[in-house]
Write a new protein. Structure first.
Length: 204
């Protein structure tokens, strides 16, 4: 019998990702919505943070670029960048869901836009990342969602038949991209909603 595979995004799905809280803590004089827009630039191709996600820029250079572009204090940007690894804490309900998928016999993979220093921290700090047969971190492979190449990388690395694979992500653009590349895909809102959808689709 063919084993099926569930592929997870990480930020906002497995680990906490609350950028407004980060902005309030590190740029308290700036409207947090504006700060998110200015720092991350919507993760548009060619923007500063996606270059970090791709492993093309190191944290010091990233802080300098963002500070120069936004006028925000460089020390505050450096503090923000340094604080994110500890912010990315695994969410208990998501871990419980993933354990149920493991118990059901599914293979597990990761497909994440994650800078190399953060990915390395997560793997060192949290044993749950050992559960995943293949971890496609953007910072390590120089590819990122929603580009087709990163989906193809994981499909080839895990020798996936897409009829037996499901991709889970909290960003609609990534879900739509995955479906366009032939994947089954499920939008993640929270662990309760995700588990109910997985059960309805026969994965649990």
């Amino acid at each position: 019998m063919t084993r099926r595979t569930v592929v997870f995004d990480v930020g906002g799905v497995i680990v906490r990702w609350q950028p407004l809280d980060l902005m309030r803590a590190h740029l308290p004089t700036v409207d947090p919505q504006e700060a998110v827009a200015q720092v991350f630039q919507g993760w548009a191709p060619g923007a500063d943070w996606p270059a970090f996600d791709l492993g093309a820029v190191e944290p010091d250079a990233l802080a300098a670029r963002i500070a120069r572009r936004t006028g925000y204090p460089r020390a505050a940007i450096e503090s923000l960048i340094a604080a994110i690894p500890e912010h990315l804490q695994p969410m208990a309900a998501s871990l419980a869901l993933i354990e149920r998928l493991r118990a059901a016999g599914h293979r597990l993979g990761l497909l994440s836009n994650m800078p190399r220093p953060y990915a390395d921290h997560l793997e060192r700090a949290h044993d749950c990342f050992d559960w995943f047969e293949h971890r496609a971190w953007s910072g390590h492979i120089g590819l990122m969602k929603p580009q087709r190449a990163i989906f193809d990388h994981l499909r080839e690395a895990m020798a996936l038949d897409l009829d037996d694979a499901l991709f889970i992500d909290d960003h609609h653009a990534n879900i739509e991209a995955a479906r366009g590349f032939g994947w089954q895909a499920l939008h993640f809102e929270d662990a309760v909603q995700c588990e109910a959808a997985l059960a309805a689709q026969g994965w649990l």
